[in-house]
Design a binder for this molecule. Structure first.
Ligand code: ATP
Length: 154
């Protein structure tokens, strides 16, 4: 299904800001950027990254959306505790949590990102992560491009 990801991000921002009681910044140059995905999966996927950004930081969260040639990149950035480099390739595994002290403090099952990984695969989305301990984390979702409807039909 063809979705306007900017509109979806606006909806997520207005839904989560009052729950988190934090600012969510949405940065994009366009008011319409289309991707191909199942709306419920995509909502669930973004919510997993947003909830983690909320849990593992106490600052604002930023959502960036940009077109890059044919692809669309969505990233969710927090300024939280970060993830040690040696853990980065394991966080998408089922039940993996970075450390026990963290696990105790924040609760959670270590399932969120493994579900995100599944949802991404099914929807043809490539996930990425960049992080620095003590300064924050960015998760990225890369979508294959969707040709502009209006261009195709002219
Ligand atoms: P839940 O299943 O309730 O989401 P969880 O947060 O422990 O629990 P995942 O979402 O799978 O599980 O995340 C796995 C681990 O990756 C987390 O325990 C945490 O250590 C680390 N992590 C995930 N997102 C972030 C983030 N934004 N900042 C820092 N660490 C993170």
């Amino acid at each position: 299904e063809r979705l306007n990801i900017v509109h979806m991000a606006e909806e997520i921002k207005s839904r989560l800001e009052p729950v988190y009681k934090r600012n969510i910044h949405l940065r994009t140059l366009d008011s319409e950027i289309f991707v191909n995905a199942d709306p419920d999966s995509l909502d669930q996927l973004l919510k997993i990254f947003m909830d983690n950004a909320y849990k593992y930081s106490s600052e604002d969260i930023t959502i960036d959306i940009e077109k890059k040639d044919e692809a669309v990149m969505v990233s969710i950035t927090d300024e939280g505790i970060g993830i040690p480099e040696e853990d980065l390739d394991k966080i998408f595994d089922r039940f993996y949590r970075v450390d026990k002290a963290r696990a105790r403090k924040t609760g959670g099952s270590g399932l969120g990102l493994s579900i995100a990984d599944e949802l991404a695969k099914v929807n043809g989305i490539t996930l990425g992560v960049k992080s620095r301990v003590g300064s924050g984390t960015t998760f990225t979702l890369e979508f294959d491009g969707v040709k502009e409807w209006k261009d195709e039909n002219r």
